[in-house]
Structures are given as C-alpha cells and as structure tokens.
Design a binder for this molecule. Structure first.
Ligand code: NAD
Length: 356
C-alpha cells in the first residue's frame, strides 16, 4: 500500500468547509486506487492568530515541512484587517510559501463545457481551452534588491539569476512532457536585460527536452493572444510579475473563481490551494463551491504523489456532476438542474469518483 502524509491547513472563512469536502473525495479515491493518506492539521492565518497570537506558529512550519504535501483552504477576513502587517493572516501565508521553498506556481485554466456561458468571452473562443500558467514565484521584481521609496523617488529591481530561470524552465518542460508538449515562454526581451537572460536560459533548457516545442512571446502580445485565441496555448512559462497578471487574466477565461485550483511546487515540497480567498461574505452558510479545493487535491495527487489515476478519477467526477446539472449557488445560473450545498457537492463528487 502506498502511503502519503498531508498537512491540512483549513484556515479561515470558507476554508474549513471546502477542505472537508476535498478530504471526503480523497478518502473515496484512496480506497479505489489503493493508497492511504494520513492527515495532520495545522493552524494558519486568522485561526492561528485566535489560538496563538501568531499568524504562523512554529508548529505549523514543522508540520508543513515534515509532511509529503500541504493542502490549504484560504486565510483572512475583516476581523484581522487592521492588524499591523507582521501580524496579519497574509504574512502567515507568505512565510509558509517561503518555508516550503515553493518557487513554481501552477495555475491551470479549465473550461468546463457545461459552464461555458460563465465566461465573459464568447463560447467559440474558449471552447476546448486547456492551458496551464507556470509562474516563477519567489524571485523577480517582487523580491529584487535594492528597492526604495522616499516620497519623491521610488524604485524596484527586476533580477533573475541563471539558476532561478533554469529551475522554473525545467518545471515547465517536465509538465509539458505530461501534456501536449508545447511551452510558450513569455518575457519582454526587446526591452529588458533580465528578459534577455530569461530567453537565453529557457532556450538552453529546451535542448534537454527535444520532444517539446518551444516558442517565445513578449508579454504584451501574450496578454492579447490569451484573449484572442486561448486554445493555442499548452504550458505558459513566465516570471513573477508577468505571471501574476497573466494567471489572473487566464482565470477569467473559465469565468468562476470557485472552480480553479493551483499548485505551488519546490524542490521538495508542494502547496495545493484553490485560487480564491476565504470568502467571509458566504462563510458558514454551506453554500461555498468546493470544486476549486477538490481540484487542488487532484493536482496534489498528480504532481506530488504521481497518482495520475486518482487525479483523473476526481477530474472526471467533477465533469460528471456539472454535466448532470448539479450546481452550487455561485454557478447556479448556468443550466442548473439542482442547486446543492457545499457538502452535497462534495459527496456527489466523492461518490462519482468511487464509481468511475
Ligand atoms: P475571495 O476570493 O475570498 O472572494 C471574492 C468573491 O468570490 C466573494 O463574493 C466570494 O463570496 C466569492 N467566492 C470566492 N470563493 C468562492 C467559492 N469557493 N464559492 C463561491 N463563491 C466564492 O476574495 P476577497 O473577497 O477579495 O477576499 C476575502 C478574504 O480572503 C480577504 O481577507 C483576503 O485577504 C483573503 N484572500 C486570501 C487568499 C488566500 O488565502 N490564498 C487569496 C485571496 C484573498
């Protein structure tokens, strides 16, 4: 029997509700696929502040770094908005990412045919879109030194080293090998030296993956192409700031924030979480959409444990509930047969994932 340990960080707001459903689905799939997951719960964000006064207690770092993967809900809420920056829930999450050394952020954009009208884009433009943005997460202009602000003048530094670029490029090419074998690297090499290095190193790494087709786009063109014809993309590889913008743009192609998962990968660790926040406006009402969290669990099976069969079971089960017309309230206007609660949605996906 294959055994895995998962740090479970439910967090705040709808976090606990959606993570409970992800665990329900993982438990169903593990029986079918013959593996076992043990969970260790840890506190982060507002929940941690309430219990310990610290948004990321030492014990959380210990649990997160000693388990095989971290499955995370969301943190934050109005209750903690006025705290100083060091004490805020978001600081806990940034420190967790750093402690795990997760340098690659993966965000798939999935267009479910049944929800095609949820996107602000025309159905014929987005139908069949299946792309993933691979964003460098812990370098580039967000972290570059020197940086400064004196009221008159402000500056930041965009810096990447050869190692940082090659590392994220390898992640993108490895992912492409499991997909349609196409990488589009996005930069601004016509203007920025840092992008010149980016382009050179990505091109060099591509030699290690002769089966993968590589092309390059400037960020301005990429932003346009993503809306004009998203189907042309398979793996989109880019740096921190360009990836921040492109991945949000890409998420709108599928329309609903409650559906989209993400993974952040490091040399050793992986952090899996929905792209949405803690949604305090709907917390505790049993109406949150658990699909993004459940799809994040599927990514964990695929990228952390190599349990492709389990990941596919979950993804097929999600497509089936949507096809049969079950909807949580956020997506209820799109051909709903029945509006279900968070827990009912989780149970249906768990049931279908067991049957497939
Ligand atoms: P949000 O993503 O929490 O919510 C935006 C809107 O989408 C809300 O109307 C919400 O009800 C809805 N929504 C989000 N997830 C949903 C789901 N699964 N099902 C149904 N509806 C859903 O963003 P926000 O309102 O800007 O932020 C709320 C809090 O979350 C803030 O404290 C913010 O700092 C925090 N936040 C945390 C993370 C994280 O933990 N990674 C990310 C973003 C925001």
């Amino acid at each position: 029997m294959r055994r895995y340990s998962v740090a479970l960080i439910k967090g705040d707001g709808i976090g606990p509700e959606i993570i409970d459903e992800a665990v329900k689905v993982l438990d169903a799939v593990s029986v079918q696929e013959n593996f076992e997951i043990t969970y260790r719960e840890a506190l982060l964000g507002g929940a941690a502040i309430e219990m310990t006064g610290d948004p990321i207690p030492e014990e959380t770092v210990e649990i997160a770094t000693s388990c095989d993967a971290v499955l995370f809900g969301a943190i934050g809420g109005p209750k903690w908005d006025d705290l100083p920056r060091e004490k805020r829930p978001e600081t806990g999450l940034l420190k967790l990412r750093k402690a795990l050394g997760v340098f690659a952020n993966l965000r798939p954009t999935i267009v479910y045919d049944e929800l095609i009208n949820a996107s602000p884009l025309k159905p014929q433009v987005i139908k069949g879109t299946d792309l993933i943005v691979v964003r460098e997460l812990i370098g580039g202009i967000y972290f570059g030194e020197p940086r400064g602000y004196d009221g008159e003048r402000a500056y930041n530094t965009m810096v990447y080293t050869r190692e940082e670029v090659e590392r994220i490029a390898r992640t993108a090419f490895q992912i492409a090998m499991k997909r349609r074998k196409r990488v589009t690297s996005v930069d601004k090499a016509n203007v920025l030296e840092v992008s010149q290095l980016w382009r050179e190193r990505v091109t060099a790494v591509a030699q290690e993956y002769p089966e993968v087709h590589l092309d390059h786009l400037y960020i301005d063109n990429a932003a346009m192409q993503l809306i004009r014809d998203p189907k042309q993309f398979d793996v989109v590889l880019t740096g921190n700031i360009f990836g921040d913008i492109l991945s949000d743009e890409a998420s709108m192609i599928s329309g609903s924030i409650g559906l989209l998962p993400s993974a952040s990968l490091g040399e050793k660790h992986g952090l899996y979480e929905p792209i949405h926040g803690s949604a305090p406006d709907i917390a505790g009402q049993g109406i949150a959409n658990p699909i993004a969290a459940i799809a994040s669990a599927a990514m964990m099976l695929r990228y952390q444990f190599g349990e492709e069969g389990g990941a596919e079971r979950i993804e097929r089960a999600i497509r089936r509930v949507l096809k049969e017309g079950y909807r949580t309230r956020d997506i209820a206007s799109f051909d709903a047969k029945e509006v279900v609660t968070t827990s009912e949605m989780g149970s249906l996906i768990a049931q279908y994932a067991s049957e497939l």
